[in-house]
Design a protein around this ligand. Sequence first.
Ligand code: FMN
Length: 185
Amino acid sequence: MSFSETMESQPFINLVKHRTSCRSYEPKPVPREHLELMLEAARLAPSACNKQPWRFAVVEDEATRMRLVNESFLKGIPMKWAVNAGAIIALGMERSGIVHAVGTKISGVDYPQLDLGIAGEHLVLQAEELGLGTCWIGWIKPKLVSRIVGWPRSIKPVSLITVGWPAGERKTRPRFSAAEIAKWI
Ligand SMILES: Cc1cc2nc3c(=O)[nH]c(=O)nc-3n(C[C@H](O)[C@H](O)[C@H](O)COP(=O)(O)O)c2cc1C
């Protein structure tokens, strides 16, 4: 079977291809069971030394969502579209002292950041399978996110992810070709 024939027949790659950042939502709630399933996909992610440094705040409450949109985004990128997302999930990092700190110092690899990225994308892809749209929002004021969701100082917010029912067309953004990003040895 050729590469493209194989690709056509594989549900996972088609899910990945279908996902794009969703910046337009129907103003409808997201069922709690859907959010629970997304969280489960994130919970099962791999992490360096199995430290599982991720923490989540799932914000369904409208007033709190509005506070996140109005107070916790940095200026410069218009993101008012987020008001219609039925849920906003804050991703936070619980730094667990020695292993992460020492490991990162020795290797220069920021393992907790890597772990958070993996868990967040598990969550996003599970949302996609449920027909939901998502968008990562990294252009945030972490201290304000913490204050709004009530996290202690030990948890550092790294991103928000909007979740909701997609409205209208989504744009596909270009990617580098495989030849540009990978070498075969
Ligand atoms: C860590 C991260 C942070 C991002 N932050 C923002 C953001 O603050 N605002 C926004 O509109 N999109 C944000 N995005 C979405 C990217 O712009 C988007 O993923 C990229 O342009 C590729 O487009 P696609 O997701 O539609 O394929 C972020 C994505 C990632 C992974």
